[in-house]
Design a protein around this ligand. Structure first.
Ligand code: SF4
Ligand code: SF4
Ligand code: SF4
Length: 198
């Protein structure tokens, strides 16, 4: 982002923030950016301590060969400068370079198959295969852990939640996009397990 653009966004955000009621303002500035398809990089410490441990150095962004990671801007409040991945746009391709360079242990050095950025969840109401519209198996074909993290049951995709690493490669590849921008297979961040209805 250019400096001029950054300053423009900062000025707009500041004026918008000033116009908001104080309670809404503080909620917006302290709400975690992690949600469906918005994920921390591999090996991340729990979200509750992430912002306190990450020193906003941007080394994970620099080393990522796929440009999967971006840093949040000032609109993210206390989370500004921390890294995030948007799975629909550019998922994580699991090269594990970011965990090697993190100087603070905010991204822990874990093996690829122990990564748990989230869990893929199929929306059976819009998945073409589950709706018997066409036979699509894109998510299965692109999964780096096919048969382990995702399998086919009578040609329909089923996620095996204990092996899914939450990379989002399936989300990125899924051809179905709902009106709200979500796909027919989405990644629920790992800390939100209790919110996922199996
Ligand atoms: S594991 Fe590799 S592809 Fe994934 S976010 Fe880290 S550097 Fe990027
Ligand atoms: S099911 Fe999706 S998120 Fe899970 S490992 Fe496979 S491609 Fe990655
Ligand atoms: S890629 Fe999307 S539409 Fe195709 S089977 Fe997977 S979830 Fe369904």
């Amino acid at each position: 982002m250019k400096r001029r653009d950054f300053l423009k966004i900062a000025a707009t955000s500041l004026s918008a923030a000033v116009l908001l009621p104080a309670t809404v303002r503080s909620m917006a500035l302290t709400k975690s950016p992690v949600e469906t398809n918005r994920l921390r990089p591999p090996g991340s410490v729990p979200e509750e301590i992430f912002a306190g441990k990450c020193i906003r150095c941007g080394r994970c962004v620099e080393v990522c060969p796929y440009r999967s990671i971006y840093l949040l801007d000032i609109r993210a409040g206390i989370f500004a400068g921390t890294p995030l991945i948007s799975a629909e746009e550019t998922p994580c391709y699991l090269c594990m370079k970011c965990v090697e360079v993190c100087p603070t242990g905010t991204l822990l050095k874990i093996p690829q198959n122990e990564t748990r950025m989230g869990i893929a969840v199929v929306n059976k109401h819009i998945c073409h295969t589950w709706q018997s519209l066409i036979i699509c198996r894109t998510c299965f074909d692109v999964c780096p852990y096919k048969e382990t993290a995702i399998t086919l049951n009578q040609l329909r995709p089923i996620v095996l939640e204990y092996s899914c690493v939450g990379c989002g490669i399936c989300t990125h590849a899924c051809p179905v996009t709902a009106e709200d921008g979500k796909k027919a297979i989405n990644i629920e961040p790992i800390y939100a397990w209790e919110r996922v209805q199996w």
